[in-house]
Design a protein around this ligand. Structure first.
Ligand SMILES: Nc1ncnc2c1ncn2[C@@H]1O[C@H](COP(=O)(O)OP(=O)(O)O)[C@@H](O)[C@H]1O
Ligand SMILES: [Mg+2]
Length: 314
């Protein structure tokens, strides 16, 4: 059977589930694009799905979806208790076991949601990323921070879960004592994720968001905040960017390394590095509204075409 015939043959049940905790611009865009391709959609909050461990795809799909999806796309996972998040991620893992394609996979989302894990995986793959340490013990954290500062290093301490730039804290001076540590870094929830600060080198501070779909960089932008934190949510101003080959390679390799298919990769210049750049973090549930506006690239449409390409693989 040729490719077109295969697609036509499956025409009757072209369904895509979008996992999201709300209906907003991104879900509406995806739905509109999917409908244009004749695909039916359903938006579901992962919290509403039930796990019964009978382990058949048919039963899972019947119970939870009332349609047979060619793919599930994760647009958002609602915040909740550790138990709730664990169960929601488990659903993504279950779907993989049952043979339902999920973009992004539970594994990829787990790896990228945890900045420690991302740093570790990037380093394992020889992808340039700042040095990083992750500790829980307060006294050890204090000792390490002060030893690093003594060696002339500047440090960024941030929440291990993405916070759109909130609480991302620069440490340039030694911290006096444990009380001071607790006060300065009261957002850590008991995990001190410490990353080497990459300061601007001969240019004003900026960073880059590079968007990957499959094995391609499809759009990118430069972000420039008032200080050194460039998230759009923190007032970063965006400019369209045509990424060079180094940036593209880094973004694609990082996406693959953490197990993602659609990703927003944060990159910063570092002249000390052979590639000229370092990867700061990889976002597995990235937003793209701002980037779509500025780049002129129809990112929603590109994602939808990528989702539909899954059709030939199930
Ligand atoms: N190690 C660092 N060196 C220089 N700038 C950094 C560093 N870490 C974070 N930043 C700045 O802070 C922003 C937010 O940090 P990031 O790690 O992307 O976390 P978030 O999940 O909050 O976006 C980055 O986009 C960058 O502008
Ligand atoms: Mg970021």
């Amino acid at each position: 059977m040729d490719r077109t015939a295969k697609i036509k043959g499956r025409g009757k049940d072209k369904n895509v589930i979008i996992f999201s905790d709300g209906v907003g611009w991104h879900t509406s865009e995806l739905e509109t694009c999917l409908h244009l391709f004749g695909v039916k959609t359903k938006i579901l909050n992962l919290s509403s799905l039930n796990i019964f461990i009978d382990c058949t795809k048919q039963n899972f799909v019947k119970r939870n979806f009332s349609m047979n999806p060619i793919c599930c796309f994760v647009r958002g996972i609602e915040g909740g208790s550790l138990e709730q998040i664990t169960r929601r991620l488990a659903i993504l893992h279950h779907l993989k076991f049952l043979g339902v394609p999920v973009i992004n996979s539970g594994k990829g989302i787990e790896n990228s949601v945890d900045k420690c894990m991302t740093s570790f995986i990037l380093r394992m793959h020889d992808i340039p990323t700042p040095d990083c340490w992750a500790l829980e013990d307060k006294s050890s954290s204090l000792g390490l921070i002060n030893r690093l500062i003594d060696k002339g290093r500047k440090l960024v301490i941030k929440p291990i879960f993405g916070s759109q730039g909130t609480n991302v804290t620069l440490i340039e001076k030694k911290i006096k004592n444990q009380k001071d540590l607790e006060e300065k870094l009261n957002f850590t929830n008991g995990v001190y994720y410490i990353q080497e600060f990459i300061g601007p080198q001969g240019y004003s501070s900026r960073d880059y968001r590079v968007f990957v779909v499959g094995s391609n960089v499809i759009a990118a932008m430069e972000r420039k905040g008032q200080g050194w934190i460039h998230n759009v949510a923190r007032g970063g101003v965006c400019k369209k960017l045509l990424p060079n080959d180094s940036m593209k390679t880094l973004a694609i390799e990082s996406t693959r390394a953490v197990g993602l298919e659609v990703a927003g990769v944060d990159i910063i210049e570092d002249k000390k590095c052979r590639s000229g750049y370092q990867v700061l973090e990889v976002n597995g549930v990235p937003a793209w509204k701002g980037l779509q506006d500025i780049s002129g690239v129809n990112i929603s449409d590109t994602i939808v075409k990528f989702i539909l390409s899954k059709m030939n693989r199930v």
